[in-house]
Write a protein that binds this ligand. Structure first.
Ligand code: SF4
Length: 219
């Protein structure tokens, strides 16, 4: 089964409870203004197979307490997503959280086919103009759905407002010198970091959609 992947990482500690595997799928047609992951929009990158992904994840699965699947838009690869969460459910007792920029009402078929494999779902598109007070979400219009008993156990606490620790970001360093962040930044965080680093002479590229940059400059 083919799947397009942007990134795999372990450990991720900012997108759900515990030490988690992060799986970012490549490709998203929704294009929310201000998306911080515009580098995942292109659909013609990162082609591999679900079997290859599972082989790569095998080194991390024994230590993983949870798995977060984001993107990109995971539900725009429905066959691959069902195959991936089914394989993960068989391979580990870790919880599985999936993000989508679509309303849950548009995901019924895939959720039926993957019943019991996705424990929690965060649905709905990022809204740059909505308040941002809830953990795990970039904007408060995004809904958290607890789909299994494990999902209720692991994610009920995330219905409460953000605490200080919810504002953390993971930092990842690639061999080529690239630095990546995982987590939910506060509005304007990446722009402020970009300006700080540029002022110190670094070359900086951020993956945020320009609408976000423009918005922040105007405020
Ligand atoms: S926030 Fe998510 S759904 Fe929206 S454009 Fe970015 S990757 Fe796509």
């Amino acid at each position: 089964m083919d799947i397009h992947i942007s990134r795999l990482h372990f450990p991720v500690t900012t997108l759900g409870p515990g030490r988690r595997i992060g799986i970012w799928l490549q490709g998203c047609s929704i294009h929310c203004p201000g998306c911080i992951s515009a580098d995942t929009w292109a659909v013609d990158k990162g082609r591999t197979t679900v079997d290859s992904v599972m082989t790569h994840l095998a080194q991390w699965l024994p230590a993983a307490e949870g798995i977060t699947i984001s993107g990109g838009e995971p539900f725009e690869q429905p066959e691959a997503l069902v195959a991936l969460v089914t394989a993960l459910r068989s391979a580990t007792p870790a919880d599985i959280l999936v993000y989508s920029g679509k309303p849950i009402e548009h995901l019924t078929l895939v959720l039926q086919r993957s019943a019991g494999c996705i424990d929690a779902l965060i649905s709905d598109p990022f809204d740059l103009n909505a308040p941002h007070t809830k953990p795990l979400r970039g904007s408060d219009n995004q809904r958290l759905h607890l789909l299994t008993a494990l999902g209720i156990d692991r994610f009920s606490a995330y219905e409460a407002p953000c605490k200080v620790l919810d504002k953390s970001l993971d930092v990842m360093f690639d061999p080529d010198g690239s630095v990546w962040f995982a987590g939910i930044p506060q509005r304007g965080d990446f722009l402020r970091l970009q300006e700080l680093l540029i002022n110190q002479g670094h070359r900086v590229h951020i993956s945020a959609d320009r609408a976000r940059t423009t918005k922040v400059h105007q405020s």
